[in-house]
Design a protein around this ligand. Sequence first.
Ligand SMILES: Nc1ncnc2c1ncn2[C@@H]1O[C@H](COP(=O)(O)OP(=O)(O)OP(=O)(O)O)[C@@H](O)[C@H]1O
Ligand SMILES: [Mg+2]
Length: 509
Amino acid sequence: MSDALRLTGVSKSYGPTVALSDTSLCIAEGSVQALLGENGAGKSTLVKILSGLVKPDRGSITLFGRSVELAGRAASSAAGIETAFQEVPLVPDLSVTDNLLMPDLPLRLGMFVNRRAAAERVRALQADLEIADIDPRALISELNLSQRQKVEIARAIARRPRLLILDEPTAALSRADVDWLARRIATLRAEGTTIILVTHRMSEVHDLCSAMSILRNGTHVGSFRVGEISDEEVFRHIMGRSVEVSFPPRPAPKADPSATPLLEAVSISAGRKMRGLSMTLNGGEIVGVASLQGMGQLDLFNALFAAERLRAGKILVDGKEAHLGAPADAIAAGIALVPEDRKIQGLALNRSGTENATLPIVSDFAAFGMLRPERERRAVDRAFASVSLHPRALYQTPAEFSGGNQQKIVLAKWLMTQCRCLLVFDPTRGVDIGTKHEIYALLRGFAEAGGGILFHSTEISELIGLCDRILTIYEGRIVGNVSHADATEDGIGALMMGASSRYDEAVIA
Ligand SMILES: Nc1ncnc2c1ncn2[C@@H]1O[C@H](COP(=O)(O)OP(=O)(O)OP(=O)(O)O)[C@@H](O)[C@H]1O
Ligand SMILES: [Mg+2]
């Protein structure tokens, strides 16, 4: 088999940060190649170089046997490369149709968009790529994260590349859309398209890929066929050391049914989906929330954080009704939210890591109205170390961070507040395997110190591994409350699909 891609001695630095250092690697034509590595290993930098967005400082690239200069996205496209990016660059104020066809919208008289031809083309794509569930007239800003990611992937596939690059495509996809992507990859693979898939999930390497390349600290440390080495060996190459890939042990449950819950929702309705939902969260426990995309879980998290107004029902903190009018009230009541979309809600993109981490608690560091930089710096240092963030994140703005490191800053920010209820919405999305397990340990430590955690994840295995019990939500209501001892992937999966509970109905709050 000939090579689709050959990189020789490619380097790229951003100021003092070396993102890629003398990287050489080959990818065989027709392979589905996983690109693995820790947060900040240089994966997206490599992707951006191949997409023409970033110019390497040194090195050469051979594509399908020809030496290429990838100066700009158009040049990369012309060479046969299309990319679905990690941080989706779609234009929010334009329609799905416009985004799908960009930059080649059909024109009339050379300047006006030919709407009929555009609609026609999108209809064909919808059938061809199985994306009929997305309204082509909707604005990107009206879509949820999973749908946006799907449009971004469809846009790249629609241009029929010889080399398709997917940078963490599944991080934001719902389960159904992950299955959709698996079907697309199978089709493209059968047609001989070469694919590079950046991922942090070994299950995807096994299910979707034929080979893998591993980056560490900006250099290529090895390429292997899938199955050639064990997962433990893969992790060792990724991290440069052996890692513990188990979940933190659960403490023995403290049987005290009379204890007042930290947080309680009584028949609350909010947002578009959630209707009459009741649940409790006790100190010391991690409660998982399992649900398919768009079942009301986002409404639940937002309502508990007062980011969404209650239409009915009430919220109790420490057994007393809390009137939470705005997120500031929730924070004052000790409730924190790590949101779904860190770009919109989690981070101020033009502020430094330090400023971001201290935004919710800035008053703690102000003495007589003046910020005390030394104290702030020390507290942030500790918080960043606890999520193993490199100290340079103190000075960089989030736009300069890798995707996973952005997520870690959001977590650090809330761990520093004195909150007791932590609402975490898919916190390990896009986070590398080593850090994932550090985050699990942090969350367990928070619970052991008496805090309560409500934890939504799109990965059932993660919910089962970490949580003390799991609530399943279907169409805006809780349909299951499953203890860790009873939880199985199949059982939780069935409840998420709306199957009636196989578990004791009496325990459902
Ligand atoms: N525009 C930029 N300015 C400064 N530094 C940058 C910039 N883009 C990336 N970096 C740095 O380069 C390094 C590699 O980043 P990159 O985005 O390639 O990582 P990654 O492997 O994709 O990580 P992740 O898994 O978190 O997405 C990181 O240290 C990052 O902070
Ligand atoms: Mg990346």
